[in-house]
Design a protein around this ligand. Structure first.
Ligand code: KG4
Ligand code: ZN
Length: 418
């Protein structure tokens, strides 16, 4: 224990194994992320068994690299923070078990962090860093949109005396926005994760070519009192939330599927997938488990120019992609700004993997400026999963002495806030 306010953060909730050392909750000394994209890309999604196996392989070298980059040793740490949920049970357990063992061996406290709170702290960490690592707590409040592969949640985040409190304002009733990106990308033969592909290809399409309407983004299930349909939607009750702030992205995914069928785009998608990944679209992780597809391919690079985009997709597909993204970003904006207005929030934090999206950043920025609201995003490497955000979120808990029990376990559907 150094008394230097050093927290080692560990994150393994999905498909990134990450470790970081953050000082005083305000200075990132190191942040190492081992991505599993090469493992999951051709399955169109994360294969949980493969994710756990990859975390087991990566966790020790990733933690070692984070300590080395921060020029410290385990003996210098004041606490160890780990994501305890939500996420994949097996993946979470790898991080939790390792973090527990390290904390026990070093005799330092273990701090459990909610992954969603981590995403919110990615922005707060960056703000503290830009203020020169100011340590004194500032009482503040912000509306936070956490938009990732597993979540599309709106929270009112408030800090008082250094502790943060969260109220759930809105959420998806079915798929998360990132999940819709990933599913649409899979339908179009673009691999996983789909967000970066769609983001890049949308730049070369006409966003108004296909009029996806917001009525396709249904919130009916909620209004009829039906239970949420997917796991992602089960982490908190929706009945008490204002329907104006509920999201739904399964309708637009189905609308894209309809286009794929009506316009006979499947052969085109199959050919694109084979070209990019050298395999068969819609194969399952089982194939690799059975040893049928052992060889790992490098992740193909995103197209840079219109010519490269057109070599990959005909203009009509680029238009479909651009229209999908335009509708999703429009819906995220409409509901987020309506919530900010209704709550009187002056500051909006947009975070999580989808917040890396270029169109989203541009349009949120323009609308925020028009309304006189501050819209803040994490830098790109803090938008997607990382462990600096976990160490940063742990800092107020460390100061408050809120430590995890020895029996800490993974909670795949851990909710944040009330
Ligand atoms: O936060 P994250 O790394 O992991 C989760 O907590 O889910 O988010 C991953 C999600 C994936 O669905 C991925 O497709 C999406 O973020 N994503 C993007 C972009 N980069 C990543 N979506 C849209 N545009 C992007 N540039
Ligand atoms: Zn995440």
């Amino acid at each position: 224990m150094s008394g230097r306010g050093l927290i080692l953060g560990i994150e393994s909730s999905c498909d990134e194994t990450a470790a970081a050392v953050v000082e005083w909750g305000a200075h990132t000394l190191s942040s190492v992320v081992a991505s599993q994209i090469a493992t999951h890309a051709r399955y169109g999604g994360v294969v949980p068994e493969l994710a756990s196996r990859e975390h087991l392989r990566a966790i020790v070298p990733v933690v070692r690299a984070a300590l080395a980059e921060a020029h410290c040793t385990l003996a210098d740490l004041d606490a160890i923070a780990v994501t305890s949920g939500p996420g994949l049970a097996g993946a979470l357990l790898v991080g939790i078990t390792y973090a527990k063992a390290l904390a026990f061996a070093q005799g330092v406290p273990l701090i459990a962090v909610n992954h969603l709170e981590g995403h919110i702290h990615a922005v707060l960490l960056q703000e503290r860093e830009s203020r020169g690592g100011e340590r004194s707590p500032v009482d503040e409040q912000a509306l936070a949109l956490v938009v990732s592969g597993g979540h599309t949640h709106l929270y009112l985040a408030r800090s008082a005396d250094g502790s943060w409190h969260y109220s759930l304002i809105g959420r998806t009733v079915d798929d998360a926005a990132g999940e819709a990106y990933d599913k649409v990308a899979k339908l179009l033969g673009l691999g996983y994760p789909g967000g970066p592909w769609i983001d890049r290809l949308a730049r070369f399409g006409n966003p108004l070519a296909v009029p996806f309407s917001f009525s396709q983004i249904k919130t009916k299930a909620h209004l009829e009192g039906k239970p949420p349909r997917t796991k992602a939607a089960q982490t908190a009750p929706i009945a008490k939330l204002d329907p104006r702030f509920l999201f739904s992205f399964s309708g637009i995914k189905t609308a894209v599927l309809r286009h794929v069928e009506i316009d006979h785009l499947r052969p085109e998608a199959e050919a694109r997938f084979a070209r990019l990944f050298g395999g068969q679209l819609f194969s399952s992780g089982q194939a690799e488990e059975n040893g049928e597809a052992k060889q790992r391919r490098a992740v193909p690079s995103l197209p840079e120019t219109r010519e490269e985009a057109l070599a990959l997709c005909p203009q009509s597909t680029l238009d479909l992609i651009a229209s999908f993204q335009h509708a999703v970003v429009g819906d995220l904006m409409k509901k987020t700004f309506a919530a900010a207005e209704s709550l009187g929030a002056r500051r909006i934090l947009v975070t999580g993997g989808v917040s890396a999206n270029r169109e989203l950043r541009e349009r949120f920025g323009v609308e925020g400026a028009r309304r006189g609201l501050r819209v803040v995003f994490p830098k790109l490497e803090l938008s997607t999963d990382n462990a600096a955000m976990i160490a940063a979120a742990a800092w107020p808990r460390y100061q408050a002495g809120e430590f995890a029990e020895a029996g800490l376990s993974a909670d795949p559907s851990l909710a944040l806030g009330r």
